[in-house]
Design a protein around this ligand. Structure first.
Ligand code: GLU
Length: 391
């Protein structure tokens, strides 16, 4: 039998992508499925962005570009950081990659040595620990609960630090909980990180998707000292509904960005030239589609939170950002004769035709993740089906 790399021994397939694929496959077989698995906006990519891509094709922008991205896109990213976050970078401190996940992959490949620990507040996005592990590092999960709004306290953070800790990753608003850190909370986290000489990694991909007048702060923007120790990750997928275009970017110390670029030069080379030109338009063109999306997301969120809380045995806090609800559903397990979140999601898919992601994929088996990046009708239909299935 073919012997595969031992790198695969502890690697699981991305559960979020696997569930999305399963829901799609069932739909194509004719099953009536409501998909709340995918973390991707259901809106079309705005027309001006598509036109920019078509213009790029027509004008021959179809060849290799610089590995780390075209200067026009780097400049648009530099401008975005300046105006949105008050952060200043130059071109050598920016790298464009094939989606946010690829930026994270390059980062951990460039940063970690065997034994290096990375602190990850849990519940966490499914791919953080997997990418740390595949890069030779050790993920150290600091579990958070609803009691702290699913946010890591400075005390819990301090307690998890060892001499081997190299970095911490903050994802606010969070996938999967929607938890969003205030500036004061980030200041307290940054203080601990600086005291311990850690690299602060901030995944700001949901920056634009915040609700209830919540004001987004990137931890990197707290002070010059913090930004000098930070790597900021972002991308166009979520804010501009461009998941399929695969454009993510990272900003940070020149030496580290250079190392990420070296790795990228030996793997994917440049991200797609056409997508890069589309991203220039996304970042520099009209921004009104973001407000339109947020207005819709908040309506769906409110319906979803209320619907989930109306089910006996389910409690769902109000998320302030991203497009996920992360209800505690452990009150349903015994009643429905299921052992945990994996079995409950399988039951909901089989008996109700609703695709959700088990909380265990994010490090919390008492919960499910439901995406409200789908139409209000679908959200309502899913809630009706779930309520009926778990009675
Ligand atoms: N970030 C999205 C999610 O969590 C996209 C899928 C993935 O790459 O995990 O659903």
């Amino acid at each position: 039998m073919l012997k595969l790399s031992s790198r695969l021994d502890s690697l699981e397939e991305s559960v979020t992508l696997a569930i999305t694929a399963k829901a799609k496959a069932l739909k194509s077989e004719g099953r009536d499925i409501v998909g709340l698995g995918a973390g991707e906006p259901d809106f079309d990519t705005p027309e001006n962005i598509k036109e920019a891509a078509i213009a790029a094709i027509r004008s021959g922008q179809t060849k290799y570009t610089a590995v780390g991205g075209i200067v026009e896109l780097k400049d648009a990213i530099i401008e975005k950081f300046k105006s949105d976050n008050g952060l200043n970078f130059d071109r050598s401190e920016i790298i464009v990659s094939c989606g946010g996940k690829h930026s994270i992959y390059n980062l951990f490949q460039a940063l970690l040595n065997p034994g290096d620990e990375v602190i990850i507040p849990g519940p966490y996005w499914v791919s953080y620990p997997a990418i740390v592990t595949i890069s030779g590092g050790t993920p150290v999960v600091v579990a958070t609960t609803e009691a702290t709004g699913f946010k890591m306290t400075p005390e819990a953070f301090s307690a998890a630090i060892t001499p081997a800790t190299k970095a911490v990753i903050i994802n606010s608003p969070s996938n999967p909980t929607g938890a969003a850190y205030s500036r004061a909370e980030l200041e307290a986290i940054a203080e601990v990180a600086l005291k311990n000489n850690l690299v602060i990694i901030t995944d700001d991909i949901y920056e634009k998707l915040v609700y209830d007048d919540f004001e987004f702060t990137s931890i990197a923007s707290i002070s010059k000292e913090v930004s000098d120790s930070s790597v900021v990750l972002n991308g166009v997928s979520k804010a501009y509904s461009m998941t399929g275009w695969r454009i993510g970017y990272a900003a940070g110390p020149k030496e580290l960005i250079g190392a990420m670029s070296k790795i990228q030069s030996q793997s994917t080379s440049n991200p797609t030239s056409i997508s890069q030109w589309a991203a220039v338009e996304a970042l520099s063109g009209p921004q009104d589609s973001i407000a339109m999306m947020c207005k819709e997301f908040v309506k769906r969120r409110d319906v979803m939170v209320a619907g989930l809380n109306a089910i006996e045995g389910v409690t769902c806090p109000v998320p302030h950002g991203a497009f996920y609800c992360f209800p505690n559903v452990s009150g349903l397990y015994e009643r429905n004769n299921v052992k945990g979140s994996v079995e409950l999601s399988a039951y909901l898919l089989d008996s109700a035709g609703v695709a959700v992601v088990p909380g265990s994929a994010f490090g919390d088996d008492s919960a499910l993740r439901l995406s409200y990046a789908t139409s209000l009708d679908m959200v309502e239909e899913a809630l009706k089906r779930i309520a009926a299935a778990v009675k």
